[in-house]
Design a protein around this ligand. Sequence first.
Ligand SMILES: [Zn+2]
Length: 734
Amino acid sequence: MRTDSDSKTSSESQKTRSGLLAKCGFIIPTFFVRDRDGSPEDPNRPVMTVADSPKKRKRAPSPTRGIPLHTGEPKVINTASDNMTSEAELQAKVATALAVFDAALDDRRANKTYDGERERILRTEEEDAWDRESKPKSTSRSEDDRIEKCAATIIRVIREYERNVVFGNLPSEKLPGSDTLDMGGQFLTNKDRIDNESKVYEIAKMVPKGALLHLHFNAELHPERLLEQAREMENMYIRSIQPLLTQQDLDETETVFNVLDPSKVEPNVNIFSATYPGQGDNWKKEEFKWKVWMPWSEFQTKFEEQAFSEKYKQQEPTIVQEVPHSCAEPGQMSLSPAENWLKSKMVLSLDEAYGPAQTVNGVWARFNQATRCFKGLLNYEKVYKWYISKAIDRMIEEKVMYAELRPMLLDKFIPSNSGREEEQIDNAAQMRLIIDGVQAKQVELKKRDELHKFPFGLKIIYCTPRSIPIMKMRQEMKDCIKLKMQFPELICGFDLVGAEDRPFHIGYFKNELLAFRKTCEELNLDIPFMFHAGETLLDTGGSGDPQNSNLYEAVLLNSKRIGHGFSLMKHPHLVEKFKKTATSPGICIELCPISNELLHLCRNVKEHPFPELLAAGIPCTVNSDNPSLFSNSMSHEFYQIMVGAPTMSLYSWKQLARWSIDYSCLTKKEKAEGHAIFTRSWKHFCRDVVDRYSGLADELALALQPNGGNRLEIPEVKEAYRQAAERIETREIL
Ligand SMILES: [Zn+2]
């Protein structure tokens, strides 16, 4: 607590500051101090200046009498006797000025010159636009270009209609009703409206998206699917870091899953008992290794016996996008109370993302806990291969043709189905499971003549946390090199991951990263760096020193791409290195706008810097990062980009998708093939948009036009939208 004796007088504190600054070699300026009673020894004694002394002011030369010597000085007001302008003269001058103004209003030449200059600026900006290569030439007579242009107009009209009517955020002095939302506002707040009412989102689902280049391995499928798989595993176990006795315990605890050898696990462990030994980090101690795990099936039964389970009983089955169509109730499944609770611990809620008390570190801690919870539900033999197949199904559904996944490979083994330690699956065997999973899926696609939907399979970016000690990092790099030599087609990059406001910054591993790069060069191994960098507002690499921004290392170590790049615009010099030019491909940024919003880098997509990054000429791609935790998808990301800035258009989508192929790790030949497939899908997509939505767009354009000076009343426009939308749904689609 601060006491009176702690506080210094202003002159004391001034003295201390001056002393410190002087020691640092700063020239200390003379401060203007109001107190004029200081002693001659007082360093804060006021110093008289010319302006301070009336006598000196009189003597001072005054080249512009009546005008302050410099800004900051009080103005000297002229007296009437000083002013030589009479009232009549002033009036005459004013009359002349007003006449000049009136005459200038009719100056058509000035207007024409101005309009010409304005036109030139707009044209230059248009010709220089980052997505110019995806736009047809204005002279083009191609039918495809005409249809594409038509599709672009349709999307713009529907978007602007939805901004005003479906979301309803109109400028007004009236307070908005409870139904009003802000298009491009908080994603989770808007999600229901987007999913159920937005035609722009409907179109975003249809867009061919090229490649998905930033996706964490565990995070593609929603948790329901993994919980469903866990039901069939008798040896799936759960542990907690505290006994679960109250609702507060449920809220506070962290849980982890694992497939274990039942013969090793201590029986009758009860997480719902006050004597449960899983407290804090007991689980790390050898003596508790087998004493903290409870069978997941037993956990679910006991959970239902607890008073708090009521809250988690599910009334209606959940609609799950990825539930197989062969189910009796396609797309629906019911979760047990324990499963519902678990899901709430994994998926980020509105309150956890946007609650007024939430902090950057708080939401990151919540995110990391959810990631650890997910890990055990996915990382075991049976589900690993199954997951590959389902993840590809989901990507195809989202019109993604290829992906580079980021698994965390710090854990050297995942459990086999038996859970026996001697049968664990190492990193190389995991890679084989991925390859087998991809091959099986390709055979299946080929049979259906659908290989073009996912022709190049998957590649893997080796990920390890930035928070590990140097010796461990060296081992990780060696493991990555080893895996690359075993699976040269599969391993395509190296990344350091984790919250950037925590140690270590990338430069901390400079020695190791340079050695890694040299090894790759000498052995001709292609493992480009694809760092998470600039995913922070502080931008100090967790060090408190801005010179440790991870963006410097991303450039110095020749990253092929970086994840996020949110803070890049703070570094004009680095921006130059990221730009694509005639002689350099630049460094591509894997944009993840929803992730950035939910992890508190911006309040909503309209505050995201993606339009600036793109306008600067930096190649970017659109990515979903962690869909299982963020309730998002690639279609949601494309939607957010479209509503995040009015400058975005159909052509912007096209350019972003094209860059995703250009900056992928596919071979030159595969990229050419990828572009050819993309171009075909794109034409089909544009025709589809025109066919489905041109009628609606016509009506909306009419409805939104001024009607005899008055816009149509909102309910009428809404009705037109509803009717038009109904017609679309019943229309035969090509
Ligand atoms: Zn990421």
